[in-house]
Design a protein around this ligand. Structure first.
Ligand code: DCP
Ligand code: MG
Ligand code: MN
Length: 364
């Protein structure tokens, strides 16, 4: 079955594998992180099918492959991805068996994809949860609202459901700017040496923003840092009714690298809730952090890939040389390497041999 091992006997489900490979390639060609994961999930599903010795004849037989996966999933969380794939894969496998082909190769409108997309609009609900809900019979947002089947939501998901429409709509650029203009002086009143800047789609000059991304750091030339700033800032912003709900608070405020996620709003009574991310980074990482949090995500992926080709590794902390990865799982670093650039965006562009691009040019 594996093309690299021609001596192996033919795969009993090659027809299905071919179709699923087509789907995998489709997702690989698409830009989002979600598509990347789907492609990865298909890879796992294909692998499981290749190792299945008999030709699959029925729905229940396809499900039985998933059953094996389920037990393994308890041990290895990474294997859960193939579970998701199997849930969706079941339907597709049956379509292949029954019709000999997969008509809806993009399957964008299959019921599970539609429903799980709606569920994932609830902040705090990811693919795993969305598919689990679908499997347990939930289909619509009303099913979730009525807590059908005794559904329990986490505190964060409750907030996500309450402000579903607000969170899933984008704000005009001017609103992001107005909120930032309320936050910045409050931050500077706590420590006037702070560097505080608005990042993400706003820095790229987009006319509308999905959220407000704020980067905070502080020069260390006077021997001080921004340690302790974030908890004080959060307190001030809650007191001023700018921050309304917390979604993710760092566990350890002593760190210099921190991420806060929450909801905020303008003071007017009819103002919508807006998503806000506040990111604190060590001063020496500011260039790499500016680069990362400005995005966009596709541009970032291209830069990371460029770094990898040159034998480097790039993340929001810096550009590293001498990183050694586990060949069995490229995500695992055997050796962290040494940092070679992180203080300015320009030096990272330069080392990678990428001509300088202004933030608003870094677009898909
Ligand atoms: N980022 C990334 N990869 C991700 C998520 C984020 O590289 N998976 C980086 C690039 C993004 C930046 O972080 O531009 C901010 O993330 P957002 O999700 O806030 O995305 P944007 O601000 O670009 O767009 P939006 O207007 O939808 O918020
Ligand atoms: Mg953003
Ligand atoms: Mn964001």
């Amino acid at each position: 079955c594996d093309r690299n091992e021609p001596q192996q006997s033919a795969c009993a489900n090659q027809d299905i594998v071919d179709k699923l490979e087509e789907l995998m390639e489709l997702h690989k060609a698409k830009p989002s992180e979600e598509d990347r994961w789907r492609a990865f999930s298909y890879g796992k599903c294909i692998h499981a099918l290749r190792n299945y010795p008999k030709q699959i004849r029925s729905f229940s037989e396809a499900r039985s492959i998933r059953g094996v996966g389920e037990k393994t999933a308890l041990k290895a969380s990474s294997f859960r991805n193939s579970l998701d794939c199997a849930i969706k894969g079941d339907v597709q496998i049956m379509e292949i068996i029954e019709t000999g082909s997969l008509k809806r190769i993009t399957y964008e409108n299959t019921e599970d994809v539609e429903a799980t997309k709606v569920f994932q609009g609830i902040y705090g609900v990811g693919r795993q949860t969305a598919f689990a809900w679908f499997s347990s019979g939930l289909r619509t947002l009303d099913d979730v609202k009525s807590r059908k089947g005794g559904l329990k939501l986490s505190a964060v998901q409750e907030i996500g459901l309450t402000f579903y429409d607000d969170i899933n709509s984008r704000m005009p650029r001017i609103e992001a700017e107005m909120i930032f203009n309320l936050i910045k002086p409050i931050a500077l009143s706590i420590d006037n040496s702070l560097f505080i800047e608005i990042m993400g789609s706003f820095r790229r000059g987009k006319a509308d923003c999905g959220d407000i991304d704020i980067l905070i750091t502080r020069p260390t030339s006077d021997g001080r840092t921004h340690q302790g700033l974030l908890p004080a800032l959060l307190e001030h912003l809650h007191a001023a009714n700018i921050l309304t709900e917390d979604l993710a608070i760092p566990d350890n405020f002593a760190d210099l690298e921190l991420t806060y996620r929450g909801l905020c709003k303008l003071p007017s009574p009819d103002a919508k809730r807006r998503r806000i991310d506040i990111l604190c980074v060590p001063w020496e990482s500011r260039g790499a952090a500016l680069l990362y949090y400005t995005g966009d995500d596709i541009f970032n992926r291209a830069m990371r890939m460029k770094a990898n080709v040159l034998g480097y590794s790039l993340n929001q902390r810096g550009l590293y040389a001498g990183v050694v990865r586990d060949p069995r799982d490229r995500r695992v670093k055997v050796c962290d390497g040494t940092i070679i650039a992180s203080e300015t965006e320009q030096e990272i562009f330069q080392i990678l041999g990428v001509p300088w691009q202004k933030p608003r040019e870094r677009i898909r």
